[in-house]
Design a protein around this ligand. Structure first.
Ligand SMILES: N[C@@H](CCC[C@H](N)C(=O)O)C(=O)O
Length: 328
């Protein structure tokens, strides 16, 4: 069958959108997982961190399903939903929309450009839970807030939260970010282990300045990515809980793929986060594939979005210069 793909990225976290609203594709669950494994493979002409299936919805303007590169399905994707927000808003010719995700219907809208000529979308990140059962994390406690997990590291203090996909976050210094510690912990908690039976996204966060943080994430189902939108949202909240920032202030979140802006809303101990950042198209492609053997796909056409890449590279250069100056 012939499949149309739109390659896009949010902060360099890149995805292939498959539009099941405009095209009459029907996939089984196994086929979706196998398409993700085949098309996300970086040694092919495609390659991505995940596939975003955009589907019709009975309760919202569209539905998003997220498959990681290893074929596992995630409940949410912050960078991905910005790409879906742009795709759906342009498809329906609207400025804002509601997107159905696995655990919530989320509001998204077109926003003033975060940087000149960078299409920017604001997406709602919620629900937020600190209950360990919602990750799940088996640690014998209802919550884990700035606490050590001796089996992971003797000194680091972790906070666990679901937004609603699972995150494990620690605030560290530059030397720790640059060490092998994050990779070791992340590989362990994303392999067979008793703490996180479903795996977890692991972020190391550094405070750069008042109102700005740096986040590096090892993503469940993928490995290190340029950025993870839900992790940056969760890390912004953790930076507030640790007194480095305030809810009601914008937080600039720097990452290896650029930067986003987060805004944490608090209401009676309940949180909702606005994630604001780019939704950049990379190319549009058509592939011919046999759903029984998707790894043998043939790339038929690829039309690059050169201008979007040029504009985005300026944001990336500015973000990298700031990280180089402030991450000390
Ligand atoms: N990159 C995403 C998160 C994708 C899912 C994640 N790997 C998981 O399994 O929870 C983001 O931008 O939030």
């Amino acid at each position: 069958m012939k499949i149309k793909l739109t390659k896009c990225h949010g902060s360099g976290n890149d995805f292939l959108i498959i539009d099941e609203i405009s095209n009459s594709y029907t996939f089984t669950e196994e086929e979706r997982a196998n398409l993700a494994i085949a098309f996300c493979n970086r040694s092919t002409e495609l390659g991505a961190d995940g596939i975003l299936f955009v589907m019709p919805s009975k309760q919202a303007d569209a539905r998003m399903r997220v498959f990681n590169a290893d074929g596992s399905e995630a409940s949410m994707c912050g960078n991905g939903i910005r790409c879906v927000a742009r795709y759906v808003c342009e498809l329906l010719n609207v400025e804002e929309a509601v997107i159905e995700t696995m655990k919530a219907n989320l509001e998204v809208k077109n926003e003033a450009d975060i940087f000149p000529n960078i299409p920017t979308y604001l997406v709602e990140i919620s629900p937020v839970s600190f209950q360990t059962k919602d990750l799940p994390l088996h640690v014998g406690k209802e919550t884990l807030l700035n606490e050590k997990i001796e089996s992971l590291h003797p000194n680091l203090e972790f906070t666990a939260l679901a937004v609603p996909n699972p995150h494990l976050i620690t605030i560290v210094d530059k030397a720790t970010i640059e060490s092998s510690v994050q990779e070791e912990i992340s590989s362990y908690v994303n392999g067979p282990n008793e703490l996180f039976p479903d795996g977890v996204n692991v972020s190391f966060v550094s405070i750069l300045d008042k109102g700005s943080i740096y986040v590096r994430t090892y993503e469940r189902g993928v490995g290190f990515t340029n950025a993870c939108g839900t992790a940056m949202s969760a890390s912004s909240l953790v930076s507030i809980l640790n007194g480095f920032n305030k809810s009601g202030d914008y937080i600039e979140v720097y990452n290896n793929g650029g930067k986003v802006r987060c805004y944490v809303h608090e209401n009676d101990g309940n949180y909702r986060i606005d994630l604001i950042g780019n939704a950049t198209y990379v190319y549009e492609a058509f592939v011919e594939t046999d759903l029984e053997k998707p790894a043998d796909f043939v790339l038929l056409e690829k039309a690059m979005e050169e201008q979007e890449a040029i504009h985005y590279s300026k944001l990336q250069d500015a973000a990298q210069a700031y990280i180089n100056e402030k991450l000390v």
